[in-house]
Ligand binder design. Structure first.
Ligand code: SF4
Ligand code: SF4
Length: 221
């Protein structure tokens, strides 16, 4: 989700890279789960998040859409997000003990929090969202350790490619607004609804789809 607010308002004013120390470690959250409820549709999922949910839960996208995730329009593009439900608006993966039931394969935004990404020049750096996590006694941790993501360099390349692809779709929709629905349905089908081979590497499959999608979107008039 693109936010047009100044970095100074929401962060400590610093940008971080993988090997930098950042004061983000809330030490296992210790009974707090406030960022797993009442988040509306803000926990947006990318194709890797959906790949991992389908693979690890052994459920189809259609089954996930019944009660775990939902589709919403984000900056003009239809994308999936974690569904909050019940009177407390809890994430459907939050268990009775207030812990994440999919911790090992939790989505990228959940791994990142309370860090965010600041995109610039076809790349990004991390920043600390100082008003988001309620714990006051956070300690320093390396960004790389906090994110806890395997194949981190490959993952970062994917995050960059996906982010700028979404920007290119937004630009295309501004150029040809009459085709917004077609473009959205194509992107949704290509990256989320069409099954991946869950025994094969995600990134290779993603980049194959991306290369084809770029030329198809570019040809839309
Ligand atoms: S608000 Fe902070 S301490 Fe609470 S669950 Fe989220 S990350 Fe953990
Ligand atoms: S997936 Fe897990 S970490 Fe993410 S919001 Fe849901 S319960 Fe919290």
């Amino acid at each position: 989700m693109i936010r047009n607010i100044s970095l100074e308002e929401i962060s400590d004013g610093k940008l971080y890279e993988l090997n930098d120390l950042v004061k983000a470690d809330c030490n296992g959250c210790e009974g707090c789960f406030s960022c797993c409820q009442g988040m509306g549709n803000s926990i947006v999922l990318d194709p890797l998040d959906i790949y991992k949910l389908i693979k690890n839960l052994n459920k189809s996208m259609e089954e996930l859409l019944k009660d775990r995730i939902e589709l919403n329009v984000v900056d003009g593009i239809i994308l999936p997000n974690l569904k909050m439900s019940g009177s407390e608006e809890r994430c459907s993966f939050l268990n009775q003990e207030g812990r994440c039931s999919i911790h090992k394969f939790r989505p990228g935004i959940c791994r990142l929090f309370p860090l965010g990404r600041y995109y610039e020049n076809e790349s990004f750096k991390y920043f600390l969202q100082v008003h988001e996590c309620k714990k006051s006694n956070k300690t320093k941790v390396k960004v790389r350790k906090w994110i806890d993501t395997s194949d981190i360099k490959e993952n970062e390349q994917f995050i960059i490619a996906w982010h700028y692809f979404l920007i290119s779709i937004q630009d295309k929709i501004k150029q040809v607004p009459d085709r917004a629905k077609d473009i959205n349905m194509y992107a949704l089908g290509t990256f989320f609804l069409k099954p991946y081979n869950y025994n094969l590497d995600f990134y290779t499959q993603f980049h194959e789809r991306l290369n084809e999608a770029k030329s198809i979107i570019a040809s839309v008039v």
